[in-house]
Design a protein around this ligand. Structure first.
Ligand SMILES: [Zn+2]
Length: 432
């Protein structure tokens, strides 16, 4: 053999090697594309293809979580795919390209399938079976089939996709750890715990007017307009100031209004005891669930304390008042909703940050009050009077919390919710 011959042989080997390297990179890129499919469904991004005579005969990407199958590694799925396609349980003269060094399970399957060669991208220092941790490939003579292996093809791209995946997952874990958990549910009363404006408060106001010999009458429509003012006494004053009704000759209008309002409250309580006013759908179910889970319960309302006590006692039993860690009601603050004061008062008493709380309201005014106090988790259950108001900033808007006989209807929200709102839904909502 002269020196020229040697040179020629070397040159031929070099060009064959280059051709083979290009081929390997080409096929590895196909496997990488499959790894992205795994990533898209939340699986560890590993892809594999099986090539025979320059054709793909099988492909797979990691899916153990999706398929509830611990053996659903990319390599196994590619082998199964190929077996089905060519109708043979043995796959001789094939090359398996996988983006990550195969594990012992996959290495065994590769040998059993009589695959000729394995080409992988990134090494797996935690479980690789091509020498990183175990050494099943290239297979030794104790196996009855010899499979060769080669690593490091597009290694950088193959490990980058894995690194980025795990980094993203760590970031998500950190985010969820930093997010405070939901610890308290804060409920408005009128319109929220009970839908009582039209057939409760309005009726009581009209009965009080009659008892005081006033010719005032609040129709359903007029009452809708008056509801933009919260607090019964404030509402009466607003009516006097803007509708100019016939006002009796009294020395002190303010104390007259107080007296009138006190009578109205007594009438309202009578209506309540007679069973005219009931809790809205889903309220007692959610309260029970929150108590079982140890969440704190809070009342945040402009209605009077005696109304709250009657309402809770009547519908939930005499002990119900004790379920609530804080009852912020009526005259504890002077600035009524939409001012944040009543929520601020409740939070101060509760000694919890606003970020651990969720507020339930039925109106835009209530939503504004809660948000102004820093509570960004607000659920709205609308009533006939508040339907159509601007609830921008609420996390969820529904027609009620829903129960088994009256499922809720979602009007808006950042997630789709089931027909009954339970704590699982609220925890999810709070985490977003
Ligand atoms: Zn594996």
């Amino acid at each position: 053999m002269d020196s020229n011959q040697i040179d020629n042989t070397c040159a031929n080997n070099e060009s064959t090697d280059k051709w083979q390297n290009d081929q390997d990179k080409y096929w590895m890129q196909q496997a990488l594309n499959l790894a992205q499919k795994a990533e898209a469904i939340g699986e560890v991004p590993v892809g594999a293809i099986l090539v025979q005579d320059n054709k793909i005969i099988g492909q797979g990407w990691n899916q153990p979580i999706t398929l509830h199958d611990p053996t659903a590694h990319a390599e196994i799925l590619a082998i199964r795919d190929a077996g089905k396609r060519i109708g043979n349980y043995r796959l001789p003269n094939t090359t398996l390209y996988c983006t990550l060094e195969p594990c012992p399970m996959c290495a065994s399957a590769i040998i059993n399938a009589r695959i000729a060669q394995v080409v992988y991208g990134a090494i797996d220092p935690k479980g690789g079976a091509c020498g990183s941790v175990f050494k099943l490939l290239p297979s030794d003579q104790r196996f009855n089939h010899y499979t060769i292996s080669k690593g490091g093809v597009l290694a950088d791209s193959c490990s980058l996709i894995l690194q980025q995946f795990f980094q993203k997952r760590r970031n998500l874990e950190i985010d969820s750890k930093e997010k405070p958990t939901l610890q308290a549910l804060l409920f408005d009363v009128d319109g929220t715990l009970v839908d009582n404006e039209r057939d409760g408060h309005r009726v009581a106001f009209n009965q009080a007017f009659a008892e005081f010999d006033l010719d005032w009458y609040w129709s359903v429509e007029l009452y809708g307009k008056l509801l933009q003012v919260t607090g019964g006494q404030e509402r009466l004053q607003y009516f006097v100031d803007n509708w100019y009704p016939l006002v009796p000759e009294v020395i002190d209008l303010k104390s007259f209004i107080t007296k009138l309002h006190n009578r109205k409250t007594a009438i309202y309580q009578k209506l309540l005891k007679q069973g005219h006013i009931s809790l809205r759908p889903g309220i007692s179910r959610l309260l029970e669930q929150a108590r079982t889970e140890g969440l704190k319960l809070v009342i945040v309302t402009t209605t009077s304390l005696s109304n709250v006590e009657s309402l809770l006692g009547l519908h939930l039993g005499p002990e119900a008042i004790k379920w609530f860690t804080v009852i912020a009601a009526g005259s504890q603050v002077s600035a009524k909703k939409p001012a944040p004061d009543i929520y601020q008062y409740a939070l101060d008493q509760l000694k919890l940050p606003a970020s651990t709380c969720m507020a339930f309201e039925d109106s835009a005014i209530g939503l504004q009050a809660a948000r102004a106090a820093g509570i960004t988790n607000v659920v709205i259950t609308t009533t006939d009077y508040t339907n159509g108001q601007d609830f921008t900033g609420a996390k969820l808007v529904l027609n009620s919390l829903g129960d088994s006989t009256k499922p809720c209807r979602q009007i808006a929200g950042i997630i789709q919710v089931p027909e009954q709102i339970d704590l699982a839904v609220l925890h999810k909502l709070h985490s977003l």
